[in-house]
Design a protein around this ligand. Structure first.
Ligand code: ZN
Length: 339
């Protein structure tokens, strides 16, 4: 069965998504366009590349994708002549967007026939960052795709896409991977020590990609520590100190999503503990349990919940290109004062 092919086996979690894609190939029912959604670093691009390998792998039946043939290797490296990967361009201020020139270039390319593959494939990463001109231009391709072309879009927020784009794609929504599975994968496949694997799995919030990266690069854990220090600085700070902090932070927009995600995990932990003192195993920040307990007791529940909610809102607005400084000011004014 194709599901046992090495390439599919390498994907952790997302079993139903793998089954859906593998079966569509097996039954010759491959769609023109797919939209893979889910949080950052959950495995959207890995799934997109593996599906592309499965479409173009040259191994025997039941072995596709093999992960080892020329086609599979070139696809894994984003160097296959018939596979185009479009990444958002990053501006000086750290904002990501797919531009119309990128779409035009892709369209010219897709109109040429394939060099060597069964399918020409275009993977468009974070299509939710495409600006309106680019999205509109791409609609033409979605409406009348050249034959033997498969389009794969990824997005963290499908609500940010034009409804006409959503409706022309088969949607594959990826969900967070269970903590236990992340922990086990870190230990067995990446040789991470049990204690570190346990901490990273809890901090990962279902994002295996983040956990693997954090196991490799110590900097990510240090960053998370710095994000928490900034949060405590804000909570202990005066109104003026918070405004100053908002201003400083808004100058580095590229770091804001990671900071807000760390803060969100902190508020979620506090809210869990405020309502259930025994919530220990469900916490993310398991290395800070004592401080969490102390704060959960010391802060009013209403303020905790408001902070949690406002952090979620801020993170979402950030993805919609809101004014970072205003957004941070609102957020920091919602937060209670501690200590
Ligand atoms: Zn192969």
């Amino acid at each position: 069965m194709d599901l046992l092919a090495p390439g599919w086996q390498a994907i952790v979690g997302h079993d139903w998504a793998v089954r859906l894609l593998a079966i569509s190939i097996r039954h010759h029912r491959v769609g023109h366009a797919y939209l893979i959604t889910g949080p950052d670093q959950i495995g959207k691009m890995t799934l997109a590349r593996t599906f592309t390998q499965a479409l173009n792998c040259t191994a025997a039946d039941g072995q596709r994708p093999c992960g080892e043939c020329r086609a599979c290797l070139l696809i894994a490296a984003d160097r296959h002549p018939d596979v185009r990967v479009v990444l958002p361009e990053i501006s000086e201020r750290g904002a990501q967007s797919i531009k119309i020139e990128q779409i035009r270039r892709l369209q010219q390319d897709l109109n040429l026939s394939a060099y060597e593959a069964h399918y020409k494939v275009a993977i468009l990463k974070r299509f939710d960052t495409a600006n309106p001109n680019a999205a509109n231009a791409f609609l033409k391709t979605l409406e009348e795709p050249p034959s033997n072309v498969v389009l794969i879009l990824t997005a963290t927020d499908s609500d940010a896409l034009l409804p006409t784009i959503n409706s022309r794609c088969r949607t594959v929504s990826l969900r967070p991977i269970p903590t236990v599975l992340i922990e086990e994968t870190l230990m067995t496949r990446h040789h991470v020590k049990p204690e570190t694997a346990n901490l990273l799995a809890h901090l990962a919030d279902g994002r295996l990609g983040w956990a693997i990266l954090a196991a490799r690069e110590a900097g990510l854990l240090q960053e998370r520590k710095a994000h928490l220090d900034t949060l405590h600085q804000a909570l202990n700070g005066s109104l003026i100190a918070r405004f100053t902090l908002a201003e400083t932070m808004s100058r580095k927009t590229e770091t804001l999503p990671a900071i807000l995600r760390t803060w969100l995990s902190w508020w979620r932990d506090l809210a869990l503990l405020a309502f259930d003192r025994q919530a220990g195993d469900r916490l993310s920040n398991i290395d800070e349990v004592e401080l969490l307990h102390e704060m959960a007791v010391g802060l009013p529940r209403v303020r905790l919940l408001a902070s949690l909610k406002q952090t979620e809102v801020a993170l979402r607005q950030l993805g919609q290109n809101a004014n970072a400084r205003l957004l941070l000011e609102n957020l920091l004014l919602t937060y209670p004062r501690s200590g």
